[in-house]
Design a protein around this ligand. Structure first.
Ligand code: ZN
Length: 51
């Protein structure tokens, strides 16, 4: 999988994506990349949130 897949083009820029911490598995939903988890792990974009 390619790494820069934030831009899917179809949805509005305000649409939320789901991010998962690679270290502790915490799930975060945000409109932009949440940065670093409180555990120090990196978040990975899991794609659009499912309603
Ligand atoms: Zn974490």
């Amino acid at each position: 999988m390619p790494h820069g897949q934030d831009r899917e083009g179809a949805n509005s820029p305000d649409s939320e994506s789901t991010y998962e911490c690679l270290q502790c598995g915490q799930i975060v939903t945000a409109t932009s990349h949440p940065g670093v988890c409180e555990c120090g792990g990196e978040f990975q974009n899991r794609g659009k949130s499912l309603e």
